[in-house]
Design a protein around this ligand. Structure first.
Ligand code: PMP
Length: 358
């Protein structure tokens, strides 16, 4: 068996420890005589899997008791609509930092008054616009951000001001990469397929007092339905939730928590950025203070050479490194599960390619 180094932006590589454990438990999970895939979601075995996953996540992220943890479906993209359906009463303030906020803005506009308070579109989203409290709309209910921009490789290092307003964050591509102060946010959501687990699960962390009855909302689009039913109003993505639970177990028991994870992530990002910054071939277009620790785009400045890089990298076992079509070049996504050795090996490959092509 040969495993490649998979730099995909998502679905992304999972820790081998998790894949091994899932494979050991494939035919007989927790002495049930069946796979988790075959279990009733109403069984005590599955309920235990779900509750253990929630407890581990609460410990890992230090989620206060007045926040609910929900497992949903529909991807992070459904949250572009569910957030306004549940929280937008007067208007929403959105900071536009790329494709994923553009899509959120488009969905918000179908549902209510939406203000784009700042945007880095004119600079192809290579930085995070800094806003002031005065920039916010007087009547807005919340400020909406995408905390890590998967395509452009930017990240908020400090949160925008939002006095008197709720803060909603799309954390799809940075959740669990570092400790966060959950109490600073009112709603956090993330698609699982980068740092949490397999595609098909969406995580929502929401302040309990925002869970309200709303007769006009379809039940499946109301967060309260999920909260009232421990995320099992209907059949949840059972196997996906189980793998998320294994990832939480890996983070807690193999890595030692999110502070330890953050150290490793900073080490990996520094390896790449330090090399790119001194290179005469590669460059990273992002403002240094806004650089992502998870997604590192880089270009050679020559489209043909970029294509040659992607092809030779693949042959050498570094896959899914082609940049998003809106940025071009390359992008190395170095989520939690990418080991330091994978990044070291990539940097060695980049050095060799640079020496052969300059
Ligand atoms: N937000 C961000 C930051 C993303 O990177 C993505 C893409 N994975 C999405 C939202 C959309 O996620 P999904 O495909 O789960 O709807």
């Amino acid at each position: 068996m040969t495993r490649v180094y998979n730099f995909s932006a998502g679905p992304a590589c999972l820790p081998e420890w998790v894949l091994n454990k899932a494979s050991q438990e494939m035919l007989d999970a927790h002495s049930s005589g069946m796979s988790v895939m075959e279990m009733s979601h109403r069984s005590s075995e599955f309920e235990n899997i779900l509750n253990t996953a929630k407890d581990r996540l609460r410990r890992l992220m230090d989620i206060p008791e007045d926040y609910e943890i929900l497992f949903l479906q529909g991807g992070a993209s459904l949250q572009f609509s569910m957030v306004p359906m549940n929280l937008l009463k007067h208007s929403a303030d959105i900071i536009n930092t790329g494709q994923w906020t553009k899509k959120a803005i488009a969905e918000h506009k179908k549902l209510g008054d939406t203000h784009v308070v700042a945007s880095s579109a004119e600079d192809n989203f290579t930085y995070i616009p800094k806003i002031k409290q005065e920039d916010l709309s007087p009547d807005s209910d919340y400020v909406y951000i995408c905390e890590n921009n998967t395509i452009y490789g930017t990240k908020y290092k400090t949160l925008p001001p939002h006095d008197g307003k709720l803060l909603v964050a799309d954390m799809s591509s940075c959740i669990l990469s570092e400790p966060v102060d959950v109490s600073q946010y009112d709603l956090i959501f993330a698609g699982a397929q980068k740092n949490i687990g397999p595609a098909g699960v969406t995580l929502v962390i929401i302040r309990k007092d925002l869970l309200t009855e709303n007769e006009a909302l379809p039940s499946m689009l109301n967060y309260k339905t999920y909260a009232d039913n421990n995320s099992m109003y209907n059949t949840p993505p059972t196997y996906g939730i189980y793998v998320c639970g294994l990832v939480f177990e890996w983070l807690e028991e193999q890595i030692g928590g999110l502070e330890a994870m953050e150290k490793i992530n900073h080490q990996k990002a520094a390896l790449l950025y330090d090399y790119i910054d001194q290179s005469t071939l590669y460059s990273n277009p992002v403002a240094k203070e806004d650089r992502s620790y998870m997604n590192v785009p880089f270009v050679t400045g020559d489209k043909d050479l970029d294509a040659k890089f992607v092809k030779e990298a693949k042959e050498a076992g570094f896959v899914n490194i082609k940049g998003h079509r809106s940025v071009g070049g390359m992008r190395a996504s170095i989520y939690n599960a990418m080991p330091v050795e994978g990044v070291e090996a990539l940097v060695d490959f980049m050095k060799k390619f640079e020496s052969e092509n300059t």
